[in-house]
Design a protein around this ligand. Structure first.
Ligand code: RAM
Length: 935
């Protein structure tokens, strides 16, 4: 057999490296490496074995796919022997190239089947209601954490052991004093009445023959703790939305070398006591009294006779118990202190130099009973004091009380997190060492896939701000903000930012979880909610604010987010899973249409009227109904594409038909044919009362309206060109500045680019005038702000300080344009199998840009460098991918690839011409393309 060098690397199962899975037919993927150009995979062979040894001998006793003719390198389902719970399997793959030559075997990878049904759980939910044992009276009910323990004998030699663990609330789990896993907020936030997640850990190394101690601490978390939004809107219920106190379920499955098994489970035999954590709440913070920690409580041979037995809860078992689908929240970075300032009252302000979400780690010595109080904030007042007005009802305060045994004390909270850059520390007796605190950045631990750099500092800072803000808000769910009394999975924010997010991190697993949260939160009438998870009362109404159920531009996340995962990863499974929910939603919307559109006032019955509209736009408001119609069109379009690809052709056809009808009626109702202008019947909105900023008046002739119209592609070409002209004129009339809010900004730059106004897109991107992202940067931003002018140097917080988040990713949605337009990396079909590299080259303020995106097919690079009119482009196309590479030049004779002019043969076979571009059809490889960019 002829050999090739093509090799499969980065083997993953269900998007994860060597994971536990609870699918019997998990999906496998790999990347490919090869030397040379135009390398494609024509076949693969997967071998799955029951042991490492068998795999090494190429014995696929579980599955040997044999040589399978296919160019697929992802979303390949395991088709072998039925696997059992707890079974670990090993796999590898080799591939054949375009010449039919086989490459070497990949490195080995593994997955293990976790628990598949509730029957496999013997563990019970245990806990202790400590709501009557509150230590300190204050504004909030903050009960202490129960400390739980149990000892058990292991009598035989252990082969391996697994811990399966879940909590309703938050947990830390220890075996023989060692904390298991470095994950935070274990089971995540779900609709706990429907679904709870568990995690699995290999704990073989932590156990030994003889007495072993198992222990845990618990906290309320989202399950029983405060939900900030409830405090914010003055809801009668503000905490305990899912239950009154936290519960734990843990099971340690032991397998002995003699082939026998045993289990250790949470049940009535466990004991509880109070300990060091006297308060713990995600929003309000943690109070840790180190002196109260009972020495040796989590190791064996501890005398716990004075400890009481826990309560075993029998009736908490209606919900599904599934493996956590996302990557856990972890410390993803550590930040050193940048500066420490002493302020009035003997307090100190610690600056980490970066707005982030997370916690601090303290290393300090202190006297017994002395305490340090940490308050967190994103900004300082001009006099150097901590600004906390924008935290509203989030106390965001941690306290550490010293043990005082003369040693260095190390601590970090584990049941809370904050959004901050600054910490105010009270209680220090003297100026601390700079390393007494470390910033621990918490985020769902996703793989970084993006990178972007230019010769423009402002733009580089903008990219850094976008990534930091994503990190701060991709914490188990996509939140609007990490600091104040909100931190909700607002669906509008999530959907506008989603494609941008995918260019920075691998978000497939993360959104597998959140899309399920979104589906679980769907209302009985089919409406997707405005945030998810959303606690509901027993009538199925939002428990926090009953009126909250639906808003155009927010609820469509239920379709758009599924689409984005489908599009980025060619994931059909997510489409199949979400389809019933999406169909229900589309029916809900369709039932509300009049003549296939939403005329003015169509949503006057919801609260706020019309929904949130173009939230935080500047000046005149865009008709929310016109926007709702465009969103409705867009959802039909996305569903048409998804249904077609997953083979639901009847649905596809129905959506296609509806698309046509929406288009026709939208044009009829909202567009003046002669001049292509969008118009609305303003009278329908009356004084605008009840609408968000309705007093500003409504219009159809706005940047937001045209940007969305162009982005969703509802108009035929000629009318779209006219819309583009109006959009351009509106930008120019406004001094080349934007007026858009959340819904308008995401499509603004893409729409300008699509209609030949790339220059205006660049103008907006690089503007330093209000309102712009650059304006935030020149005012000191290290993250994306909720408002364009949340803070102005010299003027301070000019807005209602309470609604001024300094970490709100919605306006980071410009990242989509940065990757798809500025770098020009676009997927031409789901999963980046076929791509377009069409950078929009500014050449004025930016002369150099480079970026990479590690797609599911592998690493794609696009770079451009302009020197006078000499253009140098660098392109990297992954193995097994083809790229249409756009060169903006007038004469082909000036084009060279890798130092060589193009041959006649190459030109006739691989080059086409369109719109002032030559398009090279390239296979895999690294290319340097030189040309001249005449203007
Ligand atoms: C705000 C949130 C969020 C937005 C909603 C409508 O309070 O911060 O960003 O989507 O309201």
């Amino acid at each position: 057999m002829a050999k090739s060098e093509m090799r499969a690397t980065y083997l993953r199962t269900e998007y994860k490296i060597n994971p536990f899975v609870d699918q019997l037919a998990p999906r496998l993927s790999w990347e490919l490496t090869a030397v040379g150009y135009n390398q494609t995979q024509t076949a693969f062979q997967i071998v799955v074995s029951s042991s490492k040894e068998k795999l090494e001998q190429n014995i696929g006793d579980l599955w040997d796919s044999k040589k399978r003719l296919s160019n697929r390198s992802n979303q390949i389902k395991y088709e072998g022997t039925l696997l059992q719970e707890g079974q670990q399997v090993w796999w590898k793959v080799r591939v054949w190239n375009q010449d039919g030559q086989v490459g070497p075997w990949s490195e080995k990878a593994t997955w293990e089947i976790a628990k598949l049904s509730k029957a496999a759980w013997q563990a019970k939910w245990i806990g202790k209601d400590l709501n009557q044992m509150v230590k300190r009276n204050g504004e909030y009910l903050l009960p202490p954490s129960p400390y739980l323990r149990k000892e058990a004998q292991i009598k035989k030699k252990l082969k391996h052991a697994r811990l399966y663990i879940s909590s309703l609330g938050l947990h830390n789990f220890y075996i023989n004093g060692e904390k298991i896993g470095n994950d935070f907020f274990g089971s995540g936030w779900t609709d706990y009445n429907k679904r709870v997640y568990y995690q699995v850990y290999d704990v073989t190394a932590q156990l030994h023959k003889g007495a072993n101690a198992f222990s845990a601490t618990l906290a309320n978390g989202w399950y029983a703790g405060y939900l900030g939004y409830a405090l914010l809107v003055g809801s009668s219920q503000v905490n305990q939305f899912y239950g009154k106190f936290p519960l734990l379920k843990a099971q340690i499955d032991l397998t002995f070398t003699d082939g026998t098994n045993d289990t250790i489970v949470t049940d009535k035999s466990w004991k509880w006591n109070l300990g060091a954590i006297e308060e713990a709440d995600l929003l309000q913070g943690e109070y840790y009294n180190a002196g109260k920690l009972l020495k040796g409580w989590n190791i064996a041979d501890f005398n716990d006779t004075s400890w009481a037995h826990v309560d075993e809860i029998m009736d908490k078992d209606n919900q599904a118990l599934e493996l956590y689908p996302s990557e856990p929240v972890r410390v993803v970075k550590e930040l050193p202190v940048k500066s420490i300032q002493r302020i009035e009252g003997g307090k100190y302000i610690v600056d980490f130099g970066q707005n982030f979400a997370g916690i601090i780690r303290l290393k300090q010595q202190g006297k017994k009973g002395d305490s340090l109080v940490f308050k967190y904030g994103e900004m300082l007042f001009p006099d150097g004091q901590l600004m906390t007005d924008n935290l509203r009802k989030a106390r965001a305060t941690d306290t550490y009380v010293f043990r005082g045994d003369g040693t260095l004390e190390a601590w970090n909270p584990s049941f809370t997190y904050h959004g901050f850059q600054y910490v105010e520390v009270t209680g220090l007796k003297e100026e601390p060492q700079a390393d007494f605190l470390t910033g621990l950045v918490l985020s769902s631990d996703l793989h970084e896939v993006g990178d972007f750099r230019t010769d423009n500092d402002l733009l580089n800072k903008l990219y850094s701000n976008i990534v930091w803000t994503q990190r701060a808000n991709y914490v188990d769910i996509p939140t609007d903000c990490p600091q104040r009394d909100e931190r909700l999975g607002w669906t509008g924010d999530a959907q506008v930012y989603m494609r941008s997010a995918a260019f920075n991190y691998d978000i497939a697993a993360f959104h597998q979880k959140w899309i399920q949260d979104l589906n679980d939160a769907q209302f009985d009438n089919g409406a997707f909610p405005i945030y998810a998870p959303m606690p509901k009362n027993n009538k199925g109404i939002a428990a926090i604010r009953g009126a909250d159920y639906f808003s155009p531009g927010w609820s469509e996340a239920g379709v758009i987010c599924t689409y984005e995962i489908f599009k980025a990863y060619d994931d059909h499974e997510i489409v199949r899973k979400s389809l019933p929910y999406m169909l229900h939603y589309m029916e809900f919307l369709k039932n509300r249409t009049v003549n296939h559109i939403f005329p003015e006032g169509a949503f006057a019955d919801i609260e706020p009227k019309g929904g949130f509209g173009d939230w935080l736009s500047v000046g005149e408001k865009t008709s929310p109904d016109l926007l709702a119609t465009l969103y409705y069109f867009y959802c039909n379009k996305l569903l048409y594409e998804m249904c077609q690809k997953v083979g639901d052709l009847a649905y596809a056809e129905a959506f296609h038909l509806e698309m046509g009808l929406v288009r026709q009626n939208f044009i009829k109702h909202y567009l003046t044919l002669e001049d292509g202008r969008l118009h609305i019947n303003t009278a329908a909105y009356g004084t605008g009362e009840g609408y968000v900023e309705g007093g500003n008046g409504f219009s159809g002739h706005t940047q937001t309206a045209y940007a969305n119209t162009i982005y969703v592609g509802i108009l035929p070409n000629e009318l779209e060109a006219k819309a583009g002209k109006h959009l351009r004129d509106l930008v120019v009339e406004n001094g080349n500045q934007l007026t858009t809010g959340f819904l308008g900004f995401k499509p603004l730059l893409p729409a300008l680019s699509k209609t030949n106004s790339s220059d205006k897109a660049y103008g907006i991107l690089l503007s330093e005038q209000y309102p712009s992202l650059g304006y935030e940067i020149i005012n000191g931003a290290t993250s994306i702000w909720e408002r364009w002018d949340s803070y102005i140097k010299g003027e301070g917080f000019i807005h209602n300080a309470a609604m001024n988040s300094f970490s709100h990713y919605a306006f980071g949605s410009v990242n989509e344009w940065i990757f798809e337009n500025l770098l020009g990396i676009k997927s031409l079909e789901p999963g980046f199998k076929k791509i377009q590299i069409k950078p929009e080259i500014d050449g004025k303020e930016i002369r150099h840009a480079e970026g990479t995106y590690r797609s599911i097919m592998g690493k794609i690079c696009s770079a451009w460098h302009l020197d006078g009119i000499n253009l140098r482009q660098k392109v990297e196309v992954p193995v097994n991918v083809t790229a249409l590479c756009y060169i903006k030049t007038k004469k082909l004779k000036n084009v060279s690839v890798n130092g060589k002019p193009l041959t006649k043969e190459f030109i006739s076979k691989y080059v086409t011409q369109t719109d002032g571009y030559f398009v090279l059809n390239l296979g895999s490889g690294n290319y340097e393309i030189r040309s001249k960019m005449e203007r």
